[in-house]
Write a protein that binds this ligand. Structure first.
Ligand SMILES: *[C@@H]1O[C@H](CO)[C@@H](O)[C@H](O)[C@H]1NC(C)=O
Ligand SMILES: *[C@@H]1O[C@H](CO)[C@@H](O)[C@H](O)[C@H]1NC(C)=O
Ligand SMILES: *[C@@H]1O[C@H](CO)[C@@H](O)[C@H](O)[C@H]1NC(C)=O
Length: 216
């Protein structure tokens, strides 16, 4: 009888001790895991913060190089558009001055002489549209640097119809290069005044251009 009780007591003691040991072991393991997790999280945060800072720096530098397209002198991409406000007759060698400025970012275009001066070196695109009345004739070139260095050419001959033609060119300019339109022979083109059709008088004849990409 006594022996049985002792055996039970021993078994109970063993079992109880085992429970305490297990709990202690799990708690230790949990603490270790928590500490490891905390450490990993700290390392991860440092790494991610570093990567975010790197990315932010890259975005900042991309943004500033886009605004500038150059070495930091400009804050705007050069772009202009100017229309002809009135009908115009011109003879050989005369400039066509588009006097109604619609846009002039970077101030490359001058309406006092009709010349666009490239503010920075790079690739530029120019587009021009010229309108002619039924009896009108024009031969007009877009030139670079001098009046015979043509980079685009537009013409219209007398017809029974009104006509409107456009052309587009892409060219490379050094900072300071001039581009303008010149009459190659006696020409007549139509401006905006007195040509209102349903209120849309603008844009019979115009010249526009912009920097596609600055050289680096
Ligand atoms: C242009 O010349 C034509 C004659 O060729 C004339 O009828 C017209 O009034 C002139 N236009 C301007 C704007 O000088
Ligand atoms: C074009 O010329 C013809 C003949 O000179 C004239 O009858 C006509 O009115 C002119 N048209 C325009 C739009 O000036
Ligand atoms: C005009 O410019 C072109 C290209 O730079 C050059 O070849 C030509 O000699 C120039 N003509 C005159 C008259 O300056």
């Amino acid at each position: 009888m006594n022996t049985i009780i002792i055996v039970f007591m021993l078994m109970f003691a063993q079992y109880g001790y085992g429970l305490v040991m297990d709990t202690a072991t799990s708690t230790d393991a949990l603490m270790v895991m928590l500490a490891e997790e905390k450490q990993l999280r700290a390392q991860f945060e440092i790494k991610v913060t570093g990567q975010v800072t790197d990315l932010q720096n890259k975005v900042n530098s991309l943004e500033s190089s886009q605004e500038c397209g150059c070495d930091g002198r400009l804050t705007e991409i050069p772009a202009f558009m100017a229309a002809l406000s009135n009908d115009r007759n011109c003879s050989k060698g005369q400039k066509v001055v588009f006097d109604d400025i619609k846009l002039n970012r970077g101030q490359g275009y001058s309406k006092s002489n009709g010349i666009f001066t490239a503010p920075i070196t790079g690739t530029y695109m120019f587009t021009t549209t010229l309108s002619s009345d039924p009896n009108g004739t024009y031969h007009i070139a877009l030139v670079k640097g001098n009046a015979t260095n043509e980079i685009a050419y537009m013409y219209a001959v007398s017809t029974t119809q009104w006509s409107e033609s456009s052309t587009t060119v892409v060219t490379h300019l050094d900072a300071g290069n001039d581009v303008w339109m010149v009459c190659v022979s006696n020409s007549k083109i139509e401006g905006n005044a007195n040509h209102a059709v349903e209120g849309a008088a603008d844009f019979h004849s115009h010249l526009s251009g912009f920097l596609v990409s600055g050289d680096h």
